[in-house]
Design a binder for this molecule. Structure first.
Ligand SMILES: Cc1cc2nc3c(=O)[nH]c(=O)nc-3n(C[C@H](O)[C@H](O)[C@H](O)COP(=O)(O)OP(=O)(O)OC[C@H]3O[C@@H](n4cnc5c(N)ncnc54)[C@H](O)[C@@H]3O)c2cc1C
Length: 289
């Protein structure tokens, strides 16, 4: 199995985020998405984790399934919030024993109904989990970045300092989704000015409906650019037209990002891979070589 940072050094990567299914129906949907993904050369899939362990076994099972059945490398998300250090060490050791070598170290958000109380935890920040992963096994560790500002709403300079600090213990970065490649460039320039030399993979979410766009904008605490919002509003109930706009918009953004020299593209698929496949085909990116 490969360390993902070595893959990114070798070529511009393609990766997808997947969710562990929670029902028979969503398992079927995921299976379909996985078999369609065979149309692309996907380097790795990152598998989300419910903060506090709400998807602990389901995340583990999907990571192992991809490890055993797919060509792409799995990366397990893990969150430190609401876990003890011992629990996290056990999870990491289990992955290590099963040959999983790639971890996305995150803090996590409070589970629904729980107060945000991170500092009270044993490992309050993603940096602490990155350190634990490196101490526990031979892991390649990725961390998250928020180019449009962290949803906690602190000032961006402190966020960037914390990110640089976290990166001392990590191998590469995946960003939160965003809708403006210009602002992403501003973020990249700030990281370069701070001396960052670790790869930063941009996260792209193909827009598929007004509802999903509003939900993701709310969860990531960012504004949708008004020209995007107005365009989708103008398309009204025409779901096919919105989906098609979403693919064109993401294709253009991905193309702009590749022109900027990004080390790869990471797609938030929400377990629906058709849009990702179309975007990559539009760009002739990781279609079968
Ligand atoms: C690519 C990606 C994948 C994700 N996957 C998941 C997932 O699977 N499950 C999930 O629950 N969530 C996931 N998230 C969401 C993530 O958990 C949240 O954004 C969370 O609020 C912050 O996580 P973080 O890893 O960036 O935290 P951290 O890096 O710990 O930062 C959190 C906040 O604390 C501040 N901070 C950091 N260090 C210090 C310090 N020493 N002193 C004071 N302040 C500090 C930072 O500036 C920031 O404001 C994902 C996010 C991204 C971008």
């Amino acid at each position: 199995m490969a360390h993902i940072d070595a893959i990114i050094k070798d070529h511009k990567s393609l990766s997808v985020e997947l969710w562990p299914p929670r029902s028979e129906e969503s398992l079927q949907k995921l299976e379909n998405s996985l078999s369609r993904l065979g149309e692309l050369d996907v380097d790795f899939a990152s598998i989300t984790y419910g903060a506090g362990g709400s998807t602990r076994d389901r995340t583990h099972d999907l990571v192992i399934k991809i490890h055993k059945q797919q060509k792409m490398v799995p990366m397990a998300h893990l969150t430190c919030a609401y876990h003890t250090k011992n629990e996290l060490t056990d999870i990491l050791r289990r992955y290590q024993d099963e040959g999983i070598e790639n971890i996305l170290a995150l803090r996590g958000d409070p589970p629904v109904g729980k107060e945000a109380d991170f500092v009270g935890g044993e490992l309050p920040y993603a940096k602490d989990l990155a350190i634990l992963a490196k101490e526990t096994g031979n892991f390649c560790v990725a961390v998250a970045a928020h180019p449009m500002g962290h949803p906690d709403g602190g000032d961006q300079d402190s966020d960037l300092e914390h990110l640089m600090d976290k990166l001392k213990f990590a191998d590469f970065v995946i960003t939160q989704l965003f809708f403006d490649s210009e602002q992403y460039k501003v973020f990249l320039d700030k990281m370069i000015a701070r001396g960052n030399d670790k790869p930063i993979l941009p996260g792209i979410m193909p827009i598929k409906s007004m509802r999903s766009l509003e939900t993701m904008a709310r969860l990531t605490n960012q504004e949708v650019p008004s020209h995007v919002y107005e365009k989708i509003l103008a398309l009204g109930d025409d779901q096919e037209a919105i989906r098609s706009f979403g693919i064109d918009f993401a294709t253009q953004m991905a193309s702009d990002l590749l022109d900027l020299g990004v080390p790869g593209l990471h797609f938030y698929t929400m377990n629906e891979t058709l849009a990702t496949i179309e975007i990559c085909k539009n760009l002739n990116y990781h279609t079968h070589r």
